[in-house]
Design a protein around this ligand. Sequence first.
Ligand code: PLP
Length: 392
Amino acid sequence: SIQLSDRVKAVKPSPTLAITARAAEMRAAGNDIIGLGAGEPDFDTPEHIKAAAVQALKNGFTKYTAVDGIPSLKQAIINKFNKDNNFDYQLNQILVSCGGKQSFYNLAQALLNPGDEVIVPAPYWVSYPDMVLLADGVPVVVETNQAQNFKMSPEQLRAAITDKTRLMVINSPSNPTGSAYTLEELKALGEVLRDYPDILIATDDMYEHILWKKGSFVNILNANPDFYDRTMVLNGVSKAYSMTGWRIGYAAGPAELIGAMRKIQSQSTSNPTSISQVAAEEALNGDQGCIDTMLVEFKKRHDFVVEELNKLEGVDCLHTDGTFYVFPNVDGVIKRLDGIDSDLDFAEYLIEKAGVALVPGSAFGCPGHIRISIATSMENLSKALDRIKQAI
Ligand code: PLP
């Protein structure tokens, strides 16, 4: 048999992608499966964005570009940061990558030495711990619970810091919980971090625009502008513009670190797809109305799903601040049902018995919960909730 690296043995495949694949397989085999596992909007990419890509193709814009992205896209990103976030960046502080996933991957590879610790609040986006492991780093998971709105407290942060801590990750609004930190909360975390000037901060703003209260987005750098030289801002077009398949994400931060991340990227994927870059430029520069259309729909679904979930015995679901996920506590159901001892069992039970595919909270480092994606039609959501109700 082939000897694989210790590195690859230390990580697991993305559980969210695995569940989506399993649902697709079961469906192909003739089963009636409702997928609530998806991490992507169910809307088509807006027409004006697709048209820009078609034009790029017609123009023969199909060759290598600069590794870090075409200058006009980087400029569009700089303008976006200026307009939406009140941040100032130069061209050498921006790196465009193949999705937000590669942005964080590059960061971990460029920053971490073996044994370096990365603080990852749980529930976390499934990929942070594994990408840290792939960089020989050590994820230090800080568990939060529903009673604290799934937000890390300053005390918890302080307790997790050691002299090996190199990076702290924060994702707000959060996948999978939909919770967003307030300015005050971010200031309080900043007060702790101010005592440790060598810790870098990565703020993953992927769901910036999917917030119910329009214009309310703030990240840790807004709350602590003095962290400018130690903060990497990660974002992308995947979720806000329904462009998950185009694979464009971006990072902004200290020029030296961005340069190191560019070097990593130059030896892995080189530039992100030329055509996708033109599409992303149009997404950022063009009409932003498409975001509002999605937002109205997501909010409607959120209100419906949270209300229906809370009617179920043993299910307790918070109203979220945004994103297209809800993250109910299902401990009561797990206790009540024979043969079901964990959220993993429960998710398995639901796909087998109810034909509903969703992701167990354990995948996000938070057992006792499930993640429901509301990025599907109201009809599907309503049907899925009926089926869950029957099954439990
Ligand atoms: N960050 C978070 C919190 C996410 O949920 C995702 C996607 O699921 C990403 C980053 C990466 O997005 P992509 O690589 O598709 O641009």
